[in-house]
Ligand binder design. Structure first.
Ligand SMILES: Cc1cc2nc3c(=O)[nH]c(=O)nc-3n(C[C@H](O)[C@H](O)[C@H](O)COP(=O)(O)OP(=O)(O)OC[C@H]3O[C@@H](n4cnc5c(N)ncnc54)[C@H](O)[C@@H]3O)c2cc1C
Length: 374
């Protein structure tokens, strides 16, 4: 089959790898002039790492392994601690924090040169009979048997299918940085989630002496951008317990990047005919659970499974893919929409159950987020 993929981010590259391995012809088109080399670090959980392994993508030698997540109050009290290494043993794949550029490099590594076409901004998609067509800025077109919209949060393909304005701002935004900050956890396998009245702070080692740090706080698109964001973060979070003041003292304005959180209600059927969506195009969600890219990788894997089945009408397999993904994605998406400052095991559960039980609960919960193999 001749497959067109719009977008060559995490989802587009993963789909390209998966479908090429299944014997399809794949052409991916991205508006960017070249592969993305920026971005901060992502948490690749066991589920995402399992898919990467199946795609032949190894994370060896990049990023940092995460073995434990500690949730703390803003005053520094340990609320709960989860043994991610134990959960990872159960699934067979470790959880790692990876700078996005490394993930993109590894996903692109080994793809034939004629697969990804950069500098191609898709303006519209249409289908007629058994053919799908993408039209690009400048007027050029590409035609194939199936089209996958992997064009992210502002997806043109989703707009062609669903109409305008389906993605809404959520109530928080993230200021984040990835920088060589030398504090205790930078060289460990420990990830801190700290929450309090002012918002939430996450800290995780990302390899090579880098620390990924972020601050979540209430946000609306109408808010003016602070003139000095770092000063604003220091004012808001600077009185929290160590290591937050140390991180804020070492951070620089140049490290800072802002993302307003967005969310769309996941549809049961998100494609039509020979067109479907993967990743943020289908399910934009706040980064609260660190699952957006992991679920995108799962999309690619399930899509590849369905498009490997025999049959004349690929539309049937595209709907089977959406049906298989819906229960997992809608659960993750609803949970990710919750207030990030409430990221914690409920205090009663934390008191009643020891850490091992909480870890077992996390493993069971992770099972529910993950598409079954087979
Ligand atoms: C602050 C923040 C932190 C996050 N942390 C995590 C984390 O720890 N773990 C995790 O799993 N997820 C995380 N995520 C989510 C993750 O980044 C996304 O879910 C993931 O990148 C989605 O992949 P995608 O391929 O769907 O979209 P993208 O990675 O956004 O790729 C879309 C691609 O489409 C291209 N494109 C767009 N429009 C067009 C067009 N018209 N024509 C051609 N090309 C087009 C773009 O150039 C881009 O290359 C985070 C997100 C944010 C904002």
């Amino acid at each position: 089959m001749d497959v067109l993929v719009i977008g060559a981010g995490v989802g587009g590259l993963a789909v390209a790898r998966r479908l090429l391995a299944a014997g399809h012809r794949v052409r991916a088109y991205d508006q960017a002039p070249a592969r993305r080399t920026g971005g901060k670090a992502l948490l690749v959980w066991s589920n995402g790492n399992a898919v990467l392994n199946d795609l032949g993508v190894s994370l060896d030698g990049v990023g940092a392994r995460i073995d434990r997540i500690d949730a703390l109050t803003s005053g520094g009290r340990l609320r709960t601690s989860m043994d991610i290494a134990h959960a990872a043993d159960r699934f067979g794949f470790v959880t790692k924090a990876i700078p996005r550029r490394h993930l993109m490099e590894r996903l692109a590594d080994g793809l034939p040169d004629d697969v990804v076409h950069y500098g191609m901004t898709c303006r519209s998609v249409t289908q007629e009979g058994s053919r799908v067509t993408a039209t690009f800025a400048g007027g050029s077109t590409a035609t194939g048997d199936v089209l996958i919209g992997a064009d992210g949060h502002h997806s043109v393909v989703r707009r062609a299918l669903w109409g305008e304005s389906t993605v809404r701002p959520a109530t928080f935004g993230t200021w984040q940085g990835l920088s060589p900050i030398d504090i205790d956890i930078t060289d460990t396998t420990r990830h801190l989630m700290i929450s309090g009245r002012e918002g939430a702070c996450g800290l995780m080692p990302a390899g090579d002496g880098l620390l990924q740090w972020w601050f979540d706080m209430p946000w609306s698109p109408a808010d003016p951008r602070p003139a000095a964001p770092l000063a604003e973060l220091r004012r808001r979070f600077g009185h929290w317990a160590s290591p937050v003041p140390e991180v804020l003292a070492a951070a620089s304005e140049d490290d800072l990047e802002f993302f307003g959180h967005h969310w769309n209600k996941v549809r049961r059927v998100w494609g039509e005919g020979r067109i479907t969506l993967v990743g943020d195009a289908a399910h934009t969600m706040p980064p609260t659970l660190g699952q957006g890219a992991n679920q995108t990788l799962e999309d690619a894997w399930v899509l590849g499974r369905e498009l490997s089945r025999d049959g004349d009408d690929p539309a049937v397999w595209l709907r089977a893919y959406e049906k298989a993904r819906y229960p997992h994605i809608s659960l993750v998406s609803r949970l990710a929409k919750r207030n990030p400052a409430n990221w914690r095991v409920p205090p009663l559960i934390a008191r009643l159950f020891p850490e091992t039980s909480q870890t077992a609960m996390l493993a069971r919960f992770s099972n529910r987020l993950t598409a079954p193999a087979g």
